[in-house]
Design a protein around this ligand. Structure first.
Ligand SMILES: Nc1ncnc2c1ncn2[C@@H]1O[C@H](COP(=O)(O)OP(=O)(O)OP(=O)(O)O)[C@@H](O)[C@H]1O
Length: 249
């Protein structure tokens, strides 16, 4: 089942074409990595898909509904949720409360946050389950300011999952994560719900080639290649333009 369709998106900043006729689709359960050199247009593309930025031309379809003109909050309500490269966590609030807040936001029951937690046990249970799926139970009652950076990035994923996405856009989940914590993040990402469609922007090629079922390579805003990790690894044009002639992948 196709969850997301991007058709002929175009975006320019002044004379600079940053998205140049990009099309791709994403099915339920697919893990699509978008890779490309710095400045290739990955973030700009994901911003247009998420509705943070509007395309000059082209369409974005979510479950066959044209959402091109929709603001991001409306796309979120229809199952398209993204995380950001820069942390948006509240530094001093226990993470289980932050996840509960996201669930309340989703359900339109934010007013209940002022009551005792005993009055919304189902929400606290759901928050605890989301954290458990990401192997974050051990830090559920910690605040981000006292957590390892890799765990903080996973809490961002937990907040996104609390919104019950069908499509999750992950913007560089490994950015800033020390090598010693990388395995933990990858393990958690591999445990994301099987039917979720995931689009990931990532520079860490270890993660990309282990996590992705398909890879879209961008260069100068245009699609250079779209294929399975094996096809991308063997693609001479990708090696020459992006990965270096020796092909470090
Ligand atoms: N608001 C803006 N105004 C003008 N130019 C912009 C703007 N946002 C991005 N650009 C330019 O668009 C191009 C694509 O940027 P983008 O951030 O999408 O690339 P990227 O592939 O995500 O890069 P990186 O891997 O470094 O994050 C770059 O040349 C960038 O300088």
């Amino acid at each position: 089942m196709t969850l997301l369709k991007v058709e002929h998106l175009k975006k320019s900043f002044g004379g600079l074409k940053v998205t140049d006729d990009v099309s791709f689709s994403l099915s339920a359960g697919e893990r699509l990595a978008i890779i490309g050199p710095n400045g290739a247009g990955k973030t700009t593309l994901v911003n247009q898909v998420g509705g943070v930025l509007h395309a000059d031309q082209g369409r974005v379809l979510l479950n066959d509904t044209d959402v091109t003109s929709w603001p991001s909050y409306k796309r979120v309500a229809h199952g398209l949720v993204r995380t950001f490269q820069i942390s948006k966590l509240a530094p001093d609030m226990p993470v289980i409360d932050q996840v509960a807040l996201a669930i309340h936001q989703r359900d339109g029951s934010i007013g209940q946050m002022w009551r005792s937690k005993n009055s919304y046990p189902h929400i606290i249970d759901e928050a605890a389950n989301i954290l458990a799926e990401l192997q974050l139970t051990r830090v559920a009652h910690n605040t981000p300011s006292e957590m390892a950076y890799g765990d903080q990035r996973l809490v961002e994923v937990a907040l996104a999952l609390a919104l019950r996405p069908k499509v999750l856009l992950l913007d560089e989940p490994m950015a800033g994560v020390p090598k010693s914590e990388a395995q933990l993040v990858l393990d958690a990402l591999e445990r994301l719900p099987a039917d979720l469609g995931v689009v990931i922007i990532e520079h860490d090629m270890d993660l990309v080639f282990r996590f992705a079922s398909r890879i879209l390579v961008l260069a100068n805003g245009a699609v250079l290649a779209d294929g399975t990790p094996d096809e991308i690894r063997r693609n001479d044009v990708v090696r020459a333009v992006y990965l270096g002639k020796e092909g470090q992948i």
